[in-house]
Design a protein around this ligand. Structure first.
Ligand code: AMP
Length: 146
């Protein structure tokens, strides 16, 4: 089956048509206070969202779990710390990125460990995200056809 997949049009498909463009992606800036990030996460309903800098470059991602963990004191959740920390104090800087000319196969491989992947242009500027859901949906369509 891997051989069939390798040769298929699916794997070599460019990922452009699956990308959610950046204007539709909930995100925060690395210097935003944590309380803003928590608000955006709760309002958007997402578990994690991308972190950008002022040049629109990807700096990582931040999740509700990371925020809660960062304000966990010994005896209580220390809500006041939401104003003391900024996003980059807490965010995970190590996330994989893809370029628009990356193949579907690369996206599939990277999405094994990440619910979404950030897409950047040749200058590293943020273009949008590709979700594991859209990758799986495309594969599902493909296997239904064959
Ligand atoms: P989904 O497969 O649609 O559940 O999305 C998987 C993950 O991708 C979500 O949990 C979010 O972390 C992220 N995500 C999806 N869509 C968006 C969006 N419009 N803005 C920000 N993050 C998103």
């Amino acid at each position: 089956m891997m051989q069939t997949l390798k040769n298929s049009q699916l794997v070599n498909n460019e990922i452009n048509e699956l990308i959610i463009p950046h204007e539709k992606v909930a995100h925060v800036h690395k210097n935003n206070p944590l309380n803003h990030a928590l608000l955006v996460l709760i309002k958007s309903g997402y578990t994690a969202i991308p972190v950008l800098d002022h040049e629109n470059k990807i700096q990582g991602q931040i999740s509700k779990a990371q925020i809660l963990d960062s304000i966990l004191g010994l005896e209580r959740i220390e809500m006041e710390r939401l104003n003391e920390y900024v996003v980059e104090d807490v965010a995970d800087p190590d996330i994989p990125t893809l370029q628009t000319d990356s193949t579907f196969g690369e996206a599939l491989m990277r999405s094994i460990n990440y619910p979404f992947l950030c897409i950047v242009d040749e200058n590293g500027a943020f273009i949008g995200i590709l979700t594991r859901r859209s990758i799986l949906a495309l594969m599902h369509r493909y296997f239904q056809q064959t």
